[in-house]
Design a protein around this ligand. Sequence first.
Ligand code: BES
Ligand code: ZN
Length: 456
Amino acid sequence: MSSLSNYLASNQARFRDELFAFLRIPSVSARSEHAGDLRACAAWLRENMQAAGLHTTIHETPGHPIVLGEWRGAGAGAPTVLVYGHYDVQPVEPLELWESPPFEPEIRDGRIYARGSVDDKGQLFLHIKAIEAHLATAGSLPCNVIVLAEGEEEVGSDNLAAFVEAQASHLACDGVVISDSAMFAPGQPSILSSLRGLAYFQIDLEGPSVDLHSGSYGGAVVNPAMALARILATFHDATGRVAIPGFYDAVREWEPEVRAQIRGLPFDDEHFRHEVGATALGGEAGWTTLERIWCRPTCEVNGLLSGYTGEGAKTVLPSKAMAKVSCRLVPDQTPSAIAELLRRHLAQVAPAGVRVQVTELHGGNPWRATLAGPLFDAGRRALERAFGKAPVIVGEGGSIPVVHDFTRVLGAPVMLMGFGLPGENAHAPNEWMSDENFVKGTQAAAYLWEELVRRG
Ligand code: BES
Ligand code: ZN
């Protein structure tokens, strides 16, 4: 066993203990009452990265701080790679559905249960431990590394693009590595070929100035809840296509090879249906389930609010109705163009009697990988060494807003090698990360640096 592998093996228990300490900090970026916890989490991370041998700094933003770690001892002739991850997590509600408290990590059946275990603290942390292993055993890394950890990914990374732009020369690199996604199946390492983008809106409808008695007024006053239902119903046609005019105009066709490759992956609709617990699957006609998730844009309702929703019955005609709606985007759609199309569409379909207001909550651009070059070759070899199996190339339906900015500002290729698994409950109660993937992911992350310089 090499001293690197040996170090990883003999320190694994401590790595897990440290990860648990990281997971105990409730860094919920969406909730202002947790602002102090985000600061504490950034400070903890800084300390841990410093101990690993990185030179670390904390950068304030209008939101939550950014933690930067650097090791540039390989010199100007060696490649520089930036590792990106996020230390913030999603809210934990509904709390009563957690089998163990979200911020008291626990291992059950080989899974590390905690909010943020897989998204993204566990996956970020394994990179820090991989770097530590090199510096502890060899005193150096084969290349220069920059670790960039942000605290606002789960709320749209609003302040990160500006930071990357302002620090562009400091962050200049030959490639970016991100572990914030899932493997296609247990034991099957995966590299991402695409991410969808996001355009998130709140739609508010106002009808009468106050709630009204539905007997005294109902039938004579436009009901905002019904008006909202009618508006939302115009978002799709009967074949599941989004019916907002112009919605598909910017969509770039997928290469036939990409579709063929996706269709070649082993995927069972019935198994998937069972896993999500639905009675039937549904989506845009003419596309397979994986294509619907990876290759096609969507328009979904994420939340609805209107009228009386408490116990029993209340006869009321609500004065307001609200919907949270988000569109997942594919290249070359942009959040701003989609917002414009949605506004125009709403102006067309909103009935008289309600005022409609649209607020853009956040957005991110879609991204497609260039799956060639030394970083990808190294990633493939590192994953195969750690997992004993060559990685497959997969798409992804979720979004990581900064990925597009890395490509745009730094001009560097981005490689996403994730260590989550299907069913990991990210953003949901009982989030978990496979302990085996934490171990093998740390190995893969450590091997990556060796593989990157192996063939120049
Ligand atoms: N880790 C996810 C991205 C992701 C989602 C990767 C699904 C693989 C599968 C990330 O933390 C996330 O949830 N992103 C948000 C972005 C949004 C808040 C701007 C998302 O996709 O909803
Ligand atoms: Zn994440």
